[in-house]
Design a binder for this molecule. Structure first.
Ligand code: PLP
Length: 435
């Protein structure tokens, strides 16, 4: 082990990665994972980590979930790729049927598969434009929709996602996302939309509004039910397609299969990715059948779209969610995290400005100075992520002002590991604040 640590440990691989990779494709920490089981991972130095990141909300049914592994192994014996657009296979059909059934709302649904979240967003835009024959797409400040051209344009955060990557695609409009903690009210957001319709684009020229029901990279701000209902009403009034970006919030993460269900709102189109296939690259657009069928045959797809490996993995993930009752578990986890983090907030009220734990296992704390929402503490946030990692806990930050720690545990994590992880987080906070 000692020899491996010196010759092929994390530092060795980080140094080789730094030489081999473009610097823009960075990594959180010099931790190279050698194996992972459920909510634990081990690196090339043999150090063990509790994983509160799940590869950015992907491995929700745990790393190397036995049912997912078995489904993939079985599929690998048969074939790994034939191209959905050439000679398809039953797992893709079964999965599309299942997604159509699980999607919020009672309208008949259809699905199309791609490989990444950003591609799902791109395809929503294509479908919405094809359906409406309109040009404009409205997104929100602080949104994150991906790194491809259109998805990047829709993203509402400049650094690091947009700077020096312009010109941006046209016909994208941003308005404020209501965040009570930051004093942005629902009415202000609705007024900004109304203003946009008078200043920049008529609603009859708007193809779609895209919204995350919990802003992910933007800082884990949940949309209120009233906000989503108001968007639904506005879209109905003007024939605008409402797109739910459920890439981070979907697939059981918030205690429902899809977060829009909390508000009882049916979107016209919805993106699915990340948690859908337990770590295998799969994304989808699921939407109302008449909207989904707007583009002509051949207009949508991709070589790896709906990989058979990913489709069987996704079917296994759905089985695990249903059989192990992971929707309820997500809600319980939110309560458990919330309870522990509110205790910490009582201890450090000047620093933990806000605890957001009312959307299942999509939990966050916002770190500020002097109890002041307008003094974000990005340095403390970064130091916490680094310290936690050195102490065996993988944490992720987020937020437009880089001052939010998000907690995205596997929904199969034990209570014991949750407590152990939060103990590490609390110890790191104690240590950093004692300085
Ligand atoms: C809400 C949301 N939309 C889109 C994306 C982009 O997905 P991908 O990284 O798979 O392209 C992400 C990724 O974090 C996301 O959280």
């Amino acid at each position: 082990m000692e020899k491996r640590m010196q010759e092929h440990g994390n530092d060795h691989w980080q140094s080789r990665k730094n030489t081999a990779f473009a610097r823009a494709q960075g990594n959180l920490a010099p931790v190279f994972i050698e194996r992972a089981i459920n909510a634990e991972m081990w690196d090339e130095n043999g150090q063990r980590y509790i994983d509160f990141a799940t590869g950015i909300a992907v491995c929700s049914t745990g790393h190397t979930n036995p049912k997912v592994v078995a489904a993939v192994q079985e599929q690998l014996q048969r074939f790994s790729h034939t191209a959905l657009g050439l000679t398809p296979y039953r797992s893709a059909v079964e999965l599309a049927e299942k997604l159509n059934e699980l999607a919020p709302g009672s309208s008949p649904k259809k699905t199309m598969f791609v490989t990444t979240g950003a591609e799902a967003v791109e395809n929503c835009v294509k479908i919405a434009r094809s359906h409406t024959c309109r040009r404009g797409i409205i997104a929100f400040n602080g949104a994150f929709h991906g790194r491809t051209m259109m998805a990047m344009g829709l993203t509402g955060k400049v650094t690091p996602y947009k700077s020096r990557f312009g010109p941006m695609p046209g016909e994208i409009y941003h308005v404020p996302y209501p965040v009570d903690y930051h004093g942005v009210t629902l009415q202000q957001s609705l007024d900004a939309l109304d203003n946009l319709f008078h200043v920049d684009i008529a609603p009859s020229d708007v193809a779609a509004i895209i919204v995350e029901p919990v802003q992910g990279e933007g800082g884990f701000y949940p949309a209120s039910n009233e906000f989503l209902l108001a968007l639904r009403k506005l879209c109905d009034e003007h024939g605008i397609v409402l797109i739910a970006d459920e890439i981070q919030s979907g697939f059981a993460r918030t205690g429902k299969f899809f977060c829009f269900e909390h508000a009882g709102v049916e979107p016209d189109l919805m993106t699915v990715a990340k948690g859908v296939a337990g770590g295998f690259p799969l994304a989808a657009v699921v939407g109302k059948a008449e909207v989904m069928d707007a583009p002509a045959p051949g207009g949508l797809g991709g070589t790896y779209a709906g990989s058979p490996i990913a489709c069987v993995a996704a079917l296994a993930v759905i089985d695990v969610i249903e059989q192990e009752n992971l929707l309820d578990r997500a809600t319980q986890l939110g309560e458990l995290f919330g309870h522990r983090l509110v205790e910490l907030q009582r201890k450090y009220p000047d620093v933990i400005g806000d605890v957001r734990a009312n959307r299942g296992a999509m939990v966050a704390v916002e770190l500020v100075k002097n109890r002041d929402v307008n003094q974000p503490d990005a340095d403390l946030t970064q130091a916490l992520v680094t310290n936690a990692c050195q102490s065996g806990l993988i944490l992720l930050s987020c937020g437009v002002r880089a001052n939010v720690i998000r907690f995205l545990p596997a929904l199969t994590i034990t209570d014991e590991l949750v407590h152990d992880g939060i103990d590490i987080f609390a110890t790191c906070l104690d240590k950093l604040l004692a300085k």
